[in-house]
Design a protein around this ligand. Sequence first.
Ligand code: PLP
Length: 377
Amino acid sequence: MIFLDAAATTPVRREVLDAMWPYLTGEFGNPSSHHSLGEAAAAALADARAAVANVLGCRAGEVTFTSGGTEADNLAVKGIALARQAADPRLNRVVVSAIEHPAVEESARYLERFHGFAVDVVPVDGTGLVTPEALAAVLGPETALVSVMYANNEVGTVQPVAELAALARAQGIPFHTDAVQAAGWLPLDVKALGVDALSLSGHKLGAPKGCGVLYVRGRTRIEPLVHGGGQERGRRSGTENVAGAVGLATALTLAQLDQAGSGARVTALRDSFTAAVLGGVPGAVLTGHPTKRLPSVASFCFPGTSGESVLLELERQGVVCSSGSACAAGSDAPSPVLTALGIPAEVAQTAVRFSFDSSVSPPDLDAVASVRTLGRA
Ligand code: PLP
C-alpha cells in the first residue's frame, strides 16, 4: 500500500513507542500520587513538558497537555475569549479565517450561539492566504481573540503568522494559531511567531492519537473547559495521559531534529510530483499557494471527474489518499475551504489531496503520478 494521507494521521514511530512503553507498563503511576510510582510519572510528565517547551522556545509552565488538536483549539478559542469577556463584557467578537479547521470554526460558532459573541470571518485570497490588510479590516476594539491557522490541512497554504500576529498584538488582542499541520515542517518558536497560543496534535507527527498540546503565553488569561482536580495548573483537569505526553514530546523533538533535511527533500519530491500530475493529467489544477505551502501537501482538482471515483480507483491500485480533510470525508458537500478559495462547488467536488510524511519515496510518487486513471475517472 502507498500511504499518501499523512495529513489525516501517521503511524506511531518506533522511537516514540519505545519512549512511551515504560509508562504504559512498569511505570504506570498517577502523576498526582505521592509515592514513588506517582513521582516517576510526574517526573516523566515534567520532562515531556520541558521537551515540548524546548521546541516551542517557551517556558514549561506555558505548555498544557490536552487530548489532541481539537481540544487544544477548543481550549484556546473558547478559553481565551470567555476569560476576556468575563474581564470586560465589551470584548464580544472573535476573528477566525475562512479556512479554519472545524475545531476552531465550531468553537467560534459555539461562542456565538451561547455566549453572545459575534464571529468575524477573514476571507482568504485564491491561494488560501489571509492578507494583513484583510485581517486589519476586521480587527476592532471589541475583538477578544484572533485565530488563524499556521498551515491549512486541505491545501497546505502557509499563513504569514508572524505578520498577522503582530497586527493583533499591536492592538492588544491575543492571537491563536492552529499549528497541527505545520508541526514537523515549519519553525515553531512561539516568540519568533509572536503568538499568544498555539495548538499541536501528536498523531500528525508519529505520536499516538489522543494527545495534544496548547501553548498559552505567560499571563494570558484562559478559562478552563474541563473542570475537576486542577491538573495542568488548573487549565485542564483530568489524570494526565503520561505516555501520550511522553510520546508527543519525543515525536516533536525528533521531527524538529529532522526538519531541515526532510523539509528540503520532501519539498523537492512534492514539486516533481506536482509537475508530473499537472503535466500528465489534462485540466488538473493545483489548489492552494504555489510556493507558500507545506512540503507535505500536494492538492489538486481534476475538473470533469468525480473526486470520489479517482480516490476509489487509486485505492484499487493500492494508493491511499483523500478528497480533503478526513473530517469531511464521506460528505457530499463541497469543501468549505476550497469554496472559500473561490473554487466553484462542482470543481471543489473533484478534489484529491496527497499528503506525505518524511518517509515518502520517489518511486511511490512516480507510481502514483503515472496512474492512468488519475483525473479520468
Ligand atoms: N487542526 C488541524 C489543522 C487538523 O488538521 C486537525 C486534524 O485533522 C486538527 C486540528 C484536530 O486534531 P486532532 O485530530 O488531534 O483532534
